[in-house]
Design a protein around this ligand. Structure first.
Ligand SMILES: [Zn+2]
Ligand SMILES: [Zn+2]
Length: 323
């Protein structure tokens, strides 16, 4: 591998372990959805599969190795003596380090995700940066076709535009931690976040969290409702993928605290979304390559309604509207 010469054996085996474990888990989640026919009847289209194939191939062959190369080259030049220097802390204070790592990672991820969904800032430079984030995140919200039959699927965890992975600060943060020697924290932090992220994207049908939230016994639904303020459960993220105002809610995939306490963007619904996925332009609808490589920054938000076509209400809020 291109980056082998930059990494020590602990760093390399941590990266490999995370990649193989995540890949294995993804296969299992796909097998579950296949077994329970979750992709039938337009729920998952050819374009969804094509986007998943393109995005996963590029992520593993291009963006991830490129980030590793750039970050490790830069750190080897700036701080050559510090590669692996904090391994003692990783070993002696594993649990506190893991909690801090997850909180920082999730905050960074959620904050830029929120930026990609927010209204246009006043500063013209920030407007340009945000337009790129919006374009880069847009494919993540395109599931199924414009017919409204599409649903969410586990492979959508990785469906983004090529630029998204390069501008996600938590990806940078994880690799920087790895350079300095947080090997175990990197492995278990990345894996827990990845596995939880896949599980909130999976199409479970009527997911377990809906069952618990709607349970008639208050000793069950009340504590579970409280738990939804700490962790993100599948239907909370499915609502983020809905074609409704809830699409601007629930920015995190794993730890719900930030949506609840910092950004006021939490929503806990007791039913599945009625319609999934943003409406697609004619260029996007049948062309995954266009979705993946589009750099037209004017096409940065959800497509507006065309009432003449008799489309279902998509109520674009200020936050959702195209910028
Ligand atoms: Zn989003
Ligand atoms: Zn998602």
């Amino acid at each position: 591998m291109l980056t082998d010469f930059l990494t020590n054996e602990y760093q390399q085996s941590a990266i490999n372990f995370v990649a193989y474990a995540a890949g294995g888990a993804l296969v299992l989640f796909i097998a579950y959805e296949w077994l329970f026919l979750r992709g039938r009847d337009g729920k998952k289209t050819k374009q969804d599969w094509a986007m998943a194939g393109i995005a996963l191939t590029f992520l593993s062959m291009v963006q991830r190795p490129l980030l590793l190369l750039v970050i490790f080259l830069a750190l080897s030049a700036i701080a050559p003596a510090y590669s692996g220097a904090l391994q003692w802390m990783d070993a002696q204070y594993f649990w506190p380090c893991l909690v801090v790592y997850l909180l920082i990672d999730e905050y960074l991820h959620g904050r830029v995700h929120l930026f990609a969904h927010s209204r246009r800032p006043k500063n013209p430079w920030l407007q340009k940066i945000q337009a790129f984030y919006k374009v880069a995140h847009r494919p993540h919200h395109q599931t199924g076709g414009n017919d409204g039959r599409g649903e969410l699927s586990v492979t959508q965890t990785y469906v983004e535009h090529w630029g998204w992975w390069l501008v996600l600060p938590n990806y940078w943060f994880g690799l920087i931690c790895l350079y300095f020697g947080f090997y175990q924290v990197f492995i278990w932090g990345s894996l827990s976040k990845t596995l939880w992220g896949m599980h909130v994207h999976t199409n479970w049908g009527y997911s377990y969290d809906l069952y618990l939230l709607n349970h008639p016994n208050p000793w069950i639904h009340k504590p579970f409702h409280a738990l939804c303020h700490i962790l993100v459960f599948p239907n909370m993220h499915h609502q983020h993928h809905s074609r409704s105002a809830n699409s601007a809610k629930n920015m995190t995939n794993f730890i719900a605290l930030f949506d609840w306490l910092l950004w006021d963007t939490q929503v806990i619904e007791k039913e599945r979304p009625k319609i999934y996925g943003w409406r697609q332009t004619p260029e996007e609808e049948f062309n995954p390559w266009y979705r993946y490589f589009n750099t037209n920054l004017n096409r940065a938000g959800p497509v507006k309604l065309n009432p003449k076509q008799g489309e279902t209400a998509e109520k674009p809020t200020q936050q959702l509207r195209a910028t």
